[in-house]
Design a protein around this ligand. Structure first.
Ligand code: F6P
Length: 718
């Protein structure tokens, strides 16, 4: 374009020069012939000033010498060089940095008399070229922008159209399962997208059908329909079956653990592998070469994989960091937590060991891993690093404190980072979820979506959800129970109680969070304020020794024994003695018999994630009688509003509540118990696990849709 414009401009200038010469050639010839020098000079000056582009006009004689020239004729122009041709000629020169065009026209009037010279400025041609280039660039830019915008608009239209179809189809599949509402085609991904939508649609109808009636078989059906072929792995410190060497050989024990009583029936329903610390003295003798045992031993339904932990590791990981650090920190029962660097190191190492075991047990790249409790806060991240496609659901069985309290934990960022490796983190109550979100917000850099209740940390999104844990319904131990009257008879006989004695029962692990001392003190206030109960009331307190290696736990036992003795001594003449303290582990059948024999069950936790004893008492009372006294500080109090809610820190009020419980009419007991039984029967442990697994399944499907949309149908198919 530049050379084209230059050529064009040059030709224009040449033409103007020719015109100028033509206009003067005749008078010039006459003036030359008559030697009118003045007139020639005048004529040349006129020509030079009529056009601003003409710089100078002159003449070269035929002998090559300059003859006439206007004032601005450049001195560098040599006639010998420019005026040689006998036809018109043009040449360009640079004068003082400016380009000039010199036209030379032979003047022939009879005999050649020389050349007419006209010098023109070419700078204007350069300006014109530059302007033309600018316009051209603008026009081309405009064309590119317009076609780009047109193309972008078209692509946007396509994407919007596709997204709308996709949304429509997902919404109809998830809300009402109406496949007919799905659009005709999804283009290249049509087959894969339709497959996912069909699954969503099928599962949705299955859930709607069974939602109100959760049972072992509902859970099984949902796992089969929603998560076909999925592999379920549980990681929990406590194993569901412990083999100990006893006087009569190997004995099997089921531990006193809310966690075990909740997760065990779920594993029976779903199958899979439970990875746990092998803590029994005969555990090694009962596993196969790969440290596995099929359980329950009499009719196996899943696999227990035992991990061996040395005494030193157990001290650092279980007793130290977990139970002297995190346990008191999260429970806020006014026992000071202890944090040791060495415990933290061991805790991390043991978590690594379990992460390796998860990888070793996993048969697929995307299992569902159910991580249990505060023993494994670092495990979710470790599993995520090893099995990036796994669905990791972590359940925190104990309370999560407010951020200020959690702030004293020396490795808080690491713990939070570890937990946020999970796909979902579950707590018993919304309150604990809120505390967790507040803690995360305060201590790590992340994005919190309050509407979705999710945390995005380093590009990974974790969902925070409340799943109130519960019990098997009806519990297996209930089927083996005798009628209520026989249970009462047996218990009265065992403790030597007269028939009119009212029995209150307390059953738990001997833990300072359970409020055992406060409960015993409340008995004292009851007998003080209501002497009529002396000799007509007994508290049977069953406490299973736990974590006895720790001085706080040993101290609690000693204190409880002393307190019970003191109170019994105070009412020395009274029979039966008001407090019976029985320190030993009870198997579920014995526990249920005690529940069925009791008039009142006291759950006086100073702080508790949920407390399943409360729910087990309700399950044991198929006669729809008995009164539950329940601490306001146990998660269960959020659900069991018909219990007598107590503040265990207030001994007087608790004693009064005990009096109300003992005097409650049969009709009121019946009404309260009936409502609580209806609640727990439907909100049982299958619902707890089912809701978690359904959420996990939805997130897996969502992930699959993303994989498909990202063009990875192979990953989506896993
Ligand atoms: O409450 C937390 C918890 O893990 C429970 O789930 C369980 O009942 C209890 O602690 C068991 O404690 P441990 O395994 O230390 O005996």
């Amino acid at each position: 374009m530049t050379s084209l414009i230059d050529d064009w401009s040059r030709r224009d200038v040449e033409l103007r020069a020719s015109l100028a010469y033509n206009s003067v050639s005749v008078p010039l010839a006459g003036m030359l012939a008559s030697g009118q020098d003045d007139h020639i000079n005048e004529l040349f000056e006129r020509v030079a000033t009529t056009d601003s582009r003409v710089v100078a006009v002159g003449m070269c004689r035929s002998d090559g010498e300059p003859a006439y020239a206007t004032k601005l004729m450049p001195s560098s122009i040599r006639c010998a060089e420019i005026a040689r041709s006998d036809v018109e000629s043009f040449s360009s020169v640079i004068v003082n940095g400016r380009r000039m065009l010199i036209g030379a026209f032979p003047i022939a009037v009879g005999t050649p008399q020389g050349h007419f010279i006209i010098v023109q400025d070419l700078t204007f041609a350069e300006h014109r070229g530059q302007e033309a280039r600018n316009y051209l660039t603008l026009i081309l830019g405009g064309i590119i922008l317009a076609s780009g915008a047109l193309a972008a608009g078209f692509v946007l239209y396509l994407i919007r159209n596709w997204t709308q179809k996709f949304k429509q189809a997902v919404t109809s599949a998830t809300r009402n399962g109406d496949a007919g509402a799905a659009p005709a085609t999804f283009g290249l991904l049509d087959r894969e997208v339709r497959q996912v939508l069909r699954q969503l649609e099928m599962s949705q109808s299955a859930i709607d059908r069974d939602q109100a009636n959760w049972s072992k078989s509902t859970l099984r059906d949902i796992v089969t329909a929603e998560l076909p072929g999925v592999e379920v792995l549980v990681v929990a410190n406590r194993e569901p079956y412990i083999h100990n060497r006893g006087a009569e050989g190997i004995e099997m024990q089921t531990p006193a653990s809310g966690l075990v009583s909740a997760v065990e029936p779920v594993m029976r329903a779903c199958g899979g592998t439970w990875i746990a610390h092998g803590s029994g003295t005969a555990d090694r003798e009962t596993v196969d070469a790969r440290d596995r045992i099929a359980v329950p031993p009499d009719h196996p339904e899943y696999t227990l994989r035992r991990i061996w932990i040395s005494e030193e590791e157990q001290d650092g990981y279980y007793y130290g960091l977990a139970n002297e650090g995190l346990w008191p920190l999260c429970h806020i029962a006014f026992t000071r937590p202890v944090f040791r660097e060495s415990d933290w190191r061991i805790y991390r190492a043991v978590n690594e060991r379990f992460a390796d075991a998860v990888v070793a047990e996993a048969r697929t790249p995307s299992p569902i891993v159910l991580v249990q409790d505060y023993h494994f806060a670092l495990l979710p991240r470790m599993i995520r690093e090893r099995l990036p496609e796994a669905t990791i659901v972590t359940f925190w069985h104990i309370p999560w404190p407010n951020s200020e309290t959690f702030g004293i934990f020396p490795w808080k960022e690491e713990i939070i980072h570890g937990l946020l490796g999970s796909t979902i983190i579950g707590f018993h109550t919304q309150f604990h979820c809120n505390n967790f979100l507040e803690t995360v917000d305060r201590f790590v850099e992340c994005r919190i979506d309050r509407e979705e209740e999710s945390v995005t940390h380093r590009g990974h999104e974790t969902f925070i959800r409340p799943y109130p844990i519960s019990i098997d319904w009806p519990p297996a131990a209930l089927a083996r129970q005798r009628p209520i009257a026989e249970c009462r008879e047996a218990v009265r006989k065992r403790f030597g109680l007269p028939p009119d004695t009212k029995i209150a029962i307390g059953i738990e692990r001997f833990d300072y969070t359970k409020g055992v001392l406060d409960r015993i003190r409340a008995v004292d206030t009851l007998l003080e304020a209501h002497p009529e109960w002396r000799g007509r009331f007994v508290l049977v307190q069953v406490a299973a020794p736990t974590r006895s290696k720790l001085s706080t736990y040993r101290g609690l036992q000693e204190e409880a024994i002393q307190l019970a003795d003191e109170i019994n001594a105070r009412y020395a003449g009274v029979s039966p003695a008001p407090v019976r303290l029985i320190i030993r582990h009870h198997e579920p059948d014995e526990v249920f018999e005690l529940f069925r024999a009791a008039d009142v069950c006291i759950v006086s936790s100073l702080h508790d994630g949920m407390n399943l004893v409360a729910k087990e008492f309700i399950a044991a009372r198929d006669d729809e009688r008995g009164v539950l006294m329940l601490s306001h500080f146990a998660g269960a109090s959020r659900e069991l509003a018909e219990a007598l809610i107590i503040n265990p820190y207030d001994a007087h009020a608790t004693g009064e509540a005990l009096h109300s419980a003992l005097t409650m009419s049969d009709a009121e007991q019946h009404e309260r118990m009936r409502l609580m039984r209806a609640y727990v029967s439907s909100r049982n442990v299958y619902r707890w696990a089912g809701r978690m697994l359904l959420d996990a399944s939805r997130l897996r499907k969502k992930q699959r849709i993303f994989e498909i949309a990202a063009g990875n149908p192979a990953r989506a198919a896993r």
